[in-house]
Design a protein around this ligand. Structure first.
Ligand SMILES: Nc1ncnc2c1ncn2[C@@H]1O[C@H](COP(=O)(O)OP(=O)(O)OP(=O)(O)O)[C@@H](O)[C@H]1O
Ligand SMILES: [Mg+2]
Length: 333
């Protein structure tokens, strides 16, 4: 291949733009060239020095010292990152090309975790349904039959909720779903959410208070915003105490609309606070599953609010109650 001298200079500059590491080692194992990206693998400027003096990481050390003159591809971990490493031998030089594949690995792991979580969530209701069916085949007592049917219904609802939540998440994640904002009166919206969820308040006699101002308007995608607020109010009821209170209020602050869903419930332990917006996370798995939760609600809330360029967070006192905040940039359309 023929190449002009000034083109060589441009190619070398180009190698510095790459978000991949290139290291050239000569036959005596002296470092002959590195691009900018690869400099983080060395203690100091390594060019002209023997690799044993300058290489920081033991994996890279062995990659350079290993000598079988065969081109190869390996995966290695260097300082918490995973790299795909291509090794080429050209003339008497060894060329090491490192690509950071950490994001891909994280994605692969998330996908694996997701499938195993969904399967796990389906396993319990399916096995309960199986044994209910078996029992119903022989059960004669009408009272027991009614009890078993109720048990089956509860599990079917649980699976239905999971599938609904998964569909909402899938829709939110597909980029086709656009946020369509319109002016929405928050007071009326909260009233209708309270009506939908009123039946959940009966068991513990939880009281709901809509303290949002009458004409308070926010600019949101109404359908999606209802899903988000409904999840927060539902949690505030579900994780409340007997005779507990749920209050929703709103105000403006620093050019943002703040909406707060406050409860006097069981609260969230400090160590769980950073985790509760993660998919499938529940503070107390067995209790939550009994209540029917799958741990997807808050990750849906986060998705929806972030799609509105907003933020959602929680302040909570374990044993006393929680306040979930939604912050939306004020905008007019
Ligand atoms: N208001 C609250 N008070 C106390 N704990 C809460 C509250 N809201 C959420 N949590 C905790 O955070 C966890 C995650 O909530 P999330 O809404 O994501 O899932 P879930 O309610 O268990 O299931 P679902 O998918 O049906 O909403 C809950 O399991 C619960 O432990
Ligand atoms: Mg929930």
């Amino acid at each position: 291949m023929k190449i002009k001298d000034n083109t060589k200079h441009i190619l070398i500059k180009f190698l510095d733009y790459l978000k991949e590491g290139i290291i050239v080692v000569d036959g005596d194992k002296n470092i002959e060239f590195i691009n900018s990206y690869a400099s983080s693998f060395f203690k100091e400027n390594p060019v002209g020095k023997h690799f044993t003096e300058v290489v920081k990481d033991s994996y890279l050390y062995s990659l350079i010292s290993y000598e079988d003159k065969k081109d190869r591809k390996v995966e290695v971990e260097i300082e918490d990152k995973k790299y795909l490493v291509n090794i080429y031998y050209i003339e008497n030089k060894k060329i090491i090309h490192l690509q950071d594949i950490t994001p891909f690995e994280v994605y692969k792991q998330a996908k694996k975790d997701f499938v195993s979580n969904v399967s796990h969530e389906l396993k319990t209701p399916i096995s309960v349904l199986k044994s209910v069916m078996e029992t119903l085949e022989t059960e004669q007592d009408p009272h027991m039959i009614k009890k078993f049917i109720e048990m089956a219904q509860k599990r079917i609802n649980q699976m239905d909720n999971l599938v609904q939540d998964l569909l909402i998440l899938a829709k939110l994640e597909s980029k086709e779903e656009k946020i369509q904002k319109q002016a929405v009166k928050i007071h009326q919206l909260i009233d209708s959410i309270f009506e939908d969820l009123r039946h959940l308040t009966e068991e513990k006699n939880v009281k709901l208070y809509n303290e949002t101002p009458d004409n308070y308007t926010v600019y949101v995608d109404e359908q999606k915003f209802i899903i988000a607020l409904k999840n927060l109010v539902e949690n505030a009821i579900k994780y409340n105490k007997t005779e507990g209170l749920v209050k929703v209020y709103s105000y403006q602050q620093d050019n943002s609309d703040i909406i707060v869903v406050e409860d006097t419930g069981i609260g969230i332990p400090k160590e769980s606070i950073p985790l509760i917006f993660e998919r499938f996370y529940r503070v107390d798995k067995s209790r939550s599953r009994n209540i029917g939760g799958t741990g997807l609600g808050l990750s849906i809330v986060k998705h929806i609010i972030e799609a509105h360029k907003g933020k959602v967070w929680v302040e909570s006192q374990y044993g006393t109650g929680s306040k979930f905040y939604i912050k939306l940039p004020v905008e007019k359309i």
